[in-house]
Ligand binder design. Structure first.
Ligand code: RIB
Length: 300
């Protein structure tokens, strides 16, 4: 499978609470983690067992070199990641509170220089053996549209994670991807009926602790898939884990409901660890965790 999206380095401060506007909160120190919604989802997919190629960009700096080395160590093909001169690697500043909630501000850096042409070229040379393309939206609008367009035109299943909602995400809906908004993103996109009508494909709404709602065109009612109970330490990257595992399972050819089921479980497990990628499970870890974790009163 192929992931098109952002690559960041996350600077994380664990603070006693999230700051209000104009307020300073103080935590014990800063921790560095690999981040970016594209790179995170690629790691989630690779850990669960998929062959993953990532398309994106970093700057020609130490953060970028470390980011690529970490992705390689996670088994990801990074040939489609450009190292761009004169621009910094993307960085996310993240504050996490004791309940695991976060505030995130991203300095896009090289992610903002991913072009539609590069995305098209990178996808076209790899699509032949690809079971799914996953696209997220921390890259320019025309690059998002190019990714979804190239995948769907080739008949390759495509998942669009509209995080954050952008003009590119809105335009790409009409190209027919499976769409995976959270509840807030769904409202921004005009609600489930609007998204279903635009895409003509399934809409999967992630709802944190409440699991996900799966809407399929022409099928009512929707299906709710609950999340296993988790001890929440950091929700950063839970959505990326969901999307990465979902796309990996779809690339394997399994049906949508089973793919969603695995993705919910993996996302739920991921919030027990601090750092976007720290809790992304291997298939063995996921099976062990699911076998000992109840689903009904869940957290994710
Ligand atoms: O979804 C979590 C990610 O959002 C973080 O890793 C951060 O880099 C931002 O892109």
């Amino acid at each position: 499978m192929i992931v098109v999206g952002a690559i960041n380095v996350d600077l994380v401060v664990r603070a006693p609470r999230l700051p209000r506007p104009g307020e300073t909160v103080v935590g014990p120190g800063v921790e560095y983690f690999g981040g970016g919604k594209g790179a995170n989802a690629a790691v989630a997919a690779s850990r669960i067992g998929a062959e993953v190629a990532l398309v994106g960009a970093v700057g020609d700096d130490d953060l970028g070199r470390n980011a690529i080395a970490e992705l390689r160590a996670d088994g990801i093909d990074v040939d489609g990641v450009a190292t761009l001169p004169d621009i910094a690697t993307g960085v996310a500043l993240i504050v996490v509170d004791p309940a695991g909630e976060n505030l995130i501000a991203v300095g896009a850096g090289a992610n903002a220089a991913v072009t539609a042409d590069r995305v098209r070229e990178a996808l076209q040379s790899r699509l032949a053996d690809t079971g799914c393309v996953l696209v997220s939206t921390e890259i320019p609008d025309d690059a998002v549209v190019a990714a979804v367009e190239t995948a769907t035109a080739a008949g390759v299943p495509c998942v669009l994670n509209p995080a954050p909602v952008s003009a590119g995400a809105r335009e790409a809906l009409g190209l027919g991807p499976i769409v995976t908004p959270n509840e807030h993103e769904l409202v921004d996109l005009g609600g489930v009926d609007a998204v279903l009508t635009a895409s003509g494909a399934a809409v999967i709404v992630t709802q944190g602790a409440a699991g996900v709602n799966l809407f399929a065109v022409g099928q009512a009612p929707h299906i709710t898939i609950p999340a296993p109970t988790a001890e929440v330490r950091d929700t950063t990257g839970a959505g990326d884990t969901f999307n990465g595992v979902l796309a990996a399972r779809l690339a394997d050819g399994i049906d949508l409901e089973a793919a969603v089921d695995d993705a919910v479980a993996a996302a739920s497990r991921s919030v027990e660890f601090v750092g976007a990628r720290s809790g992304m499970p291997t298939a063995t870890e996921l099976a062990a965790w699911v076998s000992t974790t109840p689903r009904d009163a869940g957290q994710a």
